[in-house]
Design a protein around this ligand. Structure first.
Ligand SMILES: Cc1cc2nc3c(=O)[nH]c(=O)nc-3n(C[C@H](O)[C@H](O)[C@H](O)COP(=O)(O)O)c2cc1C
Ligand code: SF4
Length: 517
């Protein structure tokens, strides 16, 4: 009898010893004369349980975790004999943290062999592409528009509208570009997809190519993601061998291929026009808009540029239908959002759920509060340009408009949790410093403003002429907000002003800015 065991090769699982656990399993099986088939998967996203190992049984997969190499012998024995073990977690789908989720985009992540097209198909992969080929370009775009899908990279622009603009543009060459720079603090969903289910991204980009008439695609991945780069390269090669990429995709008249490009490590290269400059081999500086990339993008040609999660959500929309996807969510935020819980949180990981869940539910119930056991004092939502929310705003539903109404943003869906030891003046200073370091230098409010911002916050922290310097920071933030060319300079005021508004006591002064709630 061969035992089939699933061990993640996800970067976060590797960081806590997944490779060593895999080697220990292989060695223990050899010692016991057991036939073992180890499949390296992505992660299910319950990171406090990694390395989480699963075994195939007639009743479904049974999970064990978190494991150390020393556990291999005993766990293997429990797997073989289907007996009790202290690290036995049962059916992964029944673990409450996973059971409570709605996994549409992440349905296969942590389940399939990311490098096998056959396994991908076995789990429903390429059903979306098959329907897309039947529908044709116009109906594909209509389906994406109807689904209500909005860009998951941060700005929340309707994906179908962007595709229609490119489809209507006249050009001999069009491009599909996937933004996998994932620079936001506390985010890892793009990486998880690329490492755990890269074919869903390839399928989504292929559908975009058919819809818009593009024949060439690029995935721009940050250099800090070597495992994602390897997984994407391997998946593209597997798709090419299968005929799902290259000339005449799946026997159709459409040609499409993908190239993986690795960035050199600049936050601003996640901004779409800067990213295009970088792919073209230039320094990553922001282009003025218009023209929009949809009209004049990569190499001056019409280009669809979308986040990993935007593309990865398309196959399920095409497969199940726009209405099913649209039924999830609230207001203008339709479908599900892969939310990432990080920072000082007890249960960190990937939680995909319909829009509308409150921040408090996410942090207190799902995240389980802080890892340190101390009270949660603040959370930053939406990356380094997102606002800090105090507990008083924990009733905010996860929804683009609801966050905007409270001077926040959901961005790429990252939530970073802080306990009561956080110094919010330092966090405000850090936001300005981050902007100063990462600024591309093209416009003055950001390039100069962020440096002056650091100096002014330093003066406030030192207690120098607080009233005047607080007024100066507020004035400077307004200049950055309304005078910057892109959201790096334009949104840095959000973390700074939210820290000042909600945590004035950390700035040593009597509250000058009035709380927004
Ligand atoms: C400074 C800055 C950094 C950004 N970083 C990313 C990023 O890492 N990943 C991403 O998808 N979008 C990022 N964006 C947003 C992109 O400019 C763009 O809106 C996005 O790629 C569009 O795809 P979507 O419509 O699918 O969200 C960034 C924007 C700015 C201003
Ligand atoms: S806001 Fe900053 S990063 Fe954006 S274009 Fe201006 S200088 Fe460059």
């Amino acid at each position: 009898m061969t035992l089939k065991v699933f061990i993640p090769r996800d970067a976060a699982a590797l960081a806590v010893g997944a490779d060593e656990v895999a080697s220990a399993f292989a060695a223990a099986a050899k010692r016991d004369g057991l036939s073992l088939d180890i499949v390296r998967t992505g992660s299910r996203g319950l990171y406090w349980l990694e390395p989480m190992v699963e075994v195939e049984t007639p009743a479904g997969r049974i999970a064990f975790g978190p494991l150390t190499p020393g556990d291999a012998e005993g766990v293997l024995d429990a797997m073989r004999t289907d007996s009790a073990h202290p690290l036995r977690l049962g059916l992964p789908e029944e673990i409450p943290w996973l059971k409570r989720q709605t996994r549409l985009t992440f349905a296969r992540c942590g389940v399939v062999d990311p490098r096998s097209v056959a396994d991908y198909r076995r789990h429903g992969g390429y059903a979306g592409l098959a329907r897309a080929l039947n529908l044709g370009p116009d109906a594909i775009i209509e389906e994406v528009v109807q689904s209500g899908l909005r860009g998951r990279g941060g700005a929340g622009f309707p994906t179908g509208i962007k595709w229609r603009t490119v489809a209507e543009a006249q050009a001999a060459q069009k491009y599909i570009v996937c933004n996998a720079d994932e620079g936001d603090s506390g985010t890892f969903a793009d990486r998880m997809i690329m490492e755990g289910d890269p074919l869903v991204l390839i399928e989504g980009m292929t559908i975009a190519a058919i819809a818009t008439g593009a024949t060439k695609g690029y995935v721009y991945i940050r250099s800090e993601y070597p495992h994602a780069v390897a997984a994407m390269e391997a998946a593209c090669a597997a798709a090419r061998r299968d005929g799902a990429l290259g000339r005449g995709i799946a026997g159709s008249a459409y040609d499409f291929d993908i190239e993986v490009r690795v960035g050199a490590g600049a936050y601003v290269c996640g901004e779409e026009t800067s990213l295009l400059e970088s792919i073209e081999g230039k320094r990553g500086t922001v282009r003025a808009k218009p023209p929009l990339p949809a009209h004049k993008g990569l190499f001056g040609q019409p280009t669809v540029i979308n986040n990993v999660l935007s593309f990865a959500s398309v196959p399920v929309i095409l497969d199940k239908g726009a209405d099913i996807y649209r039924d999830f969510g609230m207001g203008r935020s339709r479908g599900t959002m892969p939310i990432q819980l990080a920072g000082n949180v007890k249960h960190g990981g990937l939680f995909e759920t319909a829009f509308g869940i409150t921040l408090g539910e996410l942090v207190d119930e799902i995240g389980g509060g802080t890892a340190s056991g101390r009270p949660v004092r603040a959370v930053q939502v939406g990356g380094p340009l997102g606002a800090y929310f105090p507990r008083a705003l924990f009733d905010t539903p996860f929804d683009y408009e609801a966050f905007a109404a409270r001077d926040g943003l959901i961005g790429h869906g990252g939530i970073v949790v802080f306990d009561d030891t956080v110094d919010m003046a330092k966090q405000a200073r850090f936001a300005m410093e981050f902007c100063a370091i990462e600024s591309c230098g093209k416009c003055t409010p950001c390039r100069i403003g962020s440096t002056r911002g650091v100096e002014t916050i330093d003066r406030i922290i030192r207690g120098e002429d607080r009233g005047a310097n607080l007024a100066l920071v507020e004035d400077l933030c307004n200049t950055m907000k309304f005078g910057s060319l892109c959201a790096l300079g334009g949104f840095t005021p959000y973390p700074v002003l939210s820290a000042l508004t909600h945590f004035p006591e950390d700035f040593g002064a009597a509250p000058r800015l009035q709380a927004a709630e």
